[in-house]
Every structure is written in structure tokens, then in C-alpha cells.
Design a protein around this ligand. Structure first.
Ligand SMILES: CC(C)(COP(=O)(O)OP(=O)(O)OC[C@H]1O[C@@H](n2cnc3c(N)ncnc32)[C@H](O)[C@@H]1OP(=O)(O)O)[C@@H](O)C(=O)NCCC(=O)NCCS
Length: 168
């Protein structure tokens, strides 16, 4: 947990569409056990990138660690909804800033896909990535992602979300 808090303070965010704030970090630091419970049993509602509330689809969060050091996280939603079909997809991931550029995201996505194969009844997964995120595009393509569409980004007007599918 100390390493996770350190990652948050250096700029790692649990949500790629929303940065952490001093308040969101302080809330986790104040009650780490409640936070861990919320990771194990995610709430059924979610705060959307526009600040509104929406229904959350079932999801699982995996932490990528080296010993006691938190390196990043992998997130899989068990099915899609109307928003996630446009932006979000099944799978998301992030590596803490100080650990980037070492191949961790590529390895984490490969291991995360193995987790899905073993635990969820999905035969393919959708990943959406901002066209302005070349590092993540590379990570997806290295893991067999096939580009199928480019759509307007529903949460970032003027930007483009690329759709990639990975067959399991
Ligand atoms: C995207 C992200 C996960 C990449 O993590 P990482 O551990 O640095 O990724 P990797 O080291 O596995 O690979 C990144 C690849 O992109 C390449 N890359 C990095 N920056 C690049 C750039 N500006 N242009 C082109 N390629 C770039 C790297 O060279 C590497 O390729 P290589 O393996 O052929 O050398 C990380 O930057 C991150 O957490 N960003 C914030 C959250 C995010 O965007 N998540 C993905 C949402 S879809």
C-alpha cells in the first residue's frame, strides 16, 4: 500500500480519463482497507468522465507488482455497455510514471489477457486508445490488437478514439 500511494503521488492515475487529485489520494490514504475492499468488490455505480453517475459493469482490477513495489494496474470489464462500446472497451491499464519505458505495459497486457482467458467467458476483447497515445497503441499492437475503427472520442471533444480487438 505505501508503494501504491507513492505511485499516486508521482502521477499514476486509476482512471486514464481522469487525473487523481490531492483529495482523491488523501481519501485512499485515510482508509486503505476500505479502498482495497472497493477494489475487490467494485461499486455498482461509477462516476463518469463528465462527472455524472452511471451504472458500472462488473469488473476486475489486477495490480502489477515487483516484490513490494507497485508498478501498474490492469482493469478488465466483464462486458460492455453503450459508452464502453465507444470509449473504454473491456481492458484498461496504466504504468506508474517512474516505471514507464521498461516494457511493463506490454508484459502486463500479455499477462492480463492470460487472466481473462482463464477466468472470463470472453472470446475477444475491445481496447480503445486515444489516437494521441502512441505508446499505448504500440503496446496493443504488440499484443495482437487489430485496428477496426476510429471514432470521435465521447469524453474528449475533437479527439479520436481508436478501436482495437484482440482475439483470445
Ligand atoms: C501507455 C503506457 C501504459 C505505456 O507503459 P510502458 O510500460 O511505458 O509501455 P512499454 O514500455 O511496455 O511500451 C511502450 C512502447 O511504446 C513506445 N513508445 C513510448 N513512447 C512513444 C512515443 N511517444 N511514440 C512512439 N512510441 C512510443 C516505446 O518505445 C515502447 O515500444 P518498444 O517496446 O517497441 O520499445 C503508460 O505510458 C501509461 O501508463 N500511460 C498513462 C495511462 C494510459 O495511457 N493507459 C493506456 C490507456 S489505452
Amino acid at each position: 500500500m505505501p508503494s501504491f500511494l507513492e505511485a499516486l503521488r508521482e502521477g499514476y492515475s486509476r482512471d486514464t480519463l481522469r487525473a487523481e487529485t490531492p483529495e482523491s489520494i488523501a481519501e485512499i490514504a485515510a482508509d486503505p482497507e476500505a479502498f482495497i475492499e472497493s477494489q475487490r468488490n467494485p461499486p455498482t455505480t461509477v462516476t463518469l468522465p463528465d462527472g455524472g453517475q452511471g451504472a458500472a459493469v462488473p469488473s476486475s482490477v489486477l495490480w502489477y507488482v515487483e516484490g513490494e513495489t507497485f508498478l501498474g494496474s490492469f482493469h478488465v470489464r466483464h462486458h460492455l455497455n453503450e459508452n464502453l462500446e465507444k470509449v473504454g472497451g473491456h481492458v484498461g491499464y496504466a504504468v506508474r510514471p517512474s516505471a514507464r519505458g521498461n516494457g511493463h505495459a506490454s508484459a502486463m497486457l500479455a499477462e492480463g489477457l492470460d487472466y481473462i482467458r482463464a477466468n472470463l467467458p470472453l472470446r475477444r476483447v475491445l481496447l480503445t486508445v486515444n489516437a494521441l497515445n502512441p505508446a499505448s497503441i504500440k503496446v496493443i499492437e504488440k499484443n495482437g490488437g487489430v485496428h477496426t475503427a476510429s471514432v470521435p472520442h465521447i469524453w474528449r471533444p475533437g479527439e479520436t478514439a481508436l478501436h482495437y480487438w484482440i482475439a483470445l
